[in-house]
Design a protein around this ligand. Sequence first.
Ligand SMILES: [Zn+2]
Ligand SMILES: [Zn+2]
Length: 193
Amino acid sequence: MDLRELGRRAGSMQELDRTAPAPEDWRVELIGVPAGADVHLRLRLESVMEGVLVSGDIGVPVTGSCARCLEPVEDTLSLAIQELYAYEGSTTEATSEEDEVRRIEGDHLDLGSLARDTVVLALPLAPVCTDDCAGLCVDCGQRLDDLPADHAHEVVDARWAALAAKFGTDASGADASTSSPGTPGERPTTEEN
Ligand SMILES: [Zn+2]
Ligand SMILES: [Zn+2]
């Protein structure tokens, strides 16, 4: 952003309404701004004693996946911005740590890093498709919200059944001759299950 038009007279003001394509790295693990998507900046730059006060908002589309059910998530973020860029040699600059304050470099201020920081810090680490997304069934991996409310697996029974089927067949061969009279060859499978 070129500041020559704004000038350094305290109180002067400039408005900015700009749309620019998003770079590729505006993202966190599960969600981000698609590269090339419209980033809409509506900013007001005010010249103040110490530098330039930038305020306004930034609007971006975001896409990603729900942290609970992995369904696609789409949203639009509208984020407030308020940031002071300090003049080189200003008291603010002199009394602030290097990374505490944004600086005006010559006649320019870097709105890109402000926009990026604002957006990336606002991206949720665990985005959700809906606030009450129930996630996935731990047993079958389907979305619980797509399943009937009484969806359940009889997990314990199923495991016991599997064990019973496995060991039952082996054991019953031996059992059949000792404890069970009748027809050893055919009884295990039908009775065990
Ligand atoms: Zn979800
Ligand atoms: Zn299930």
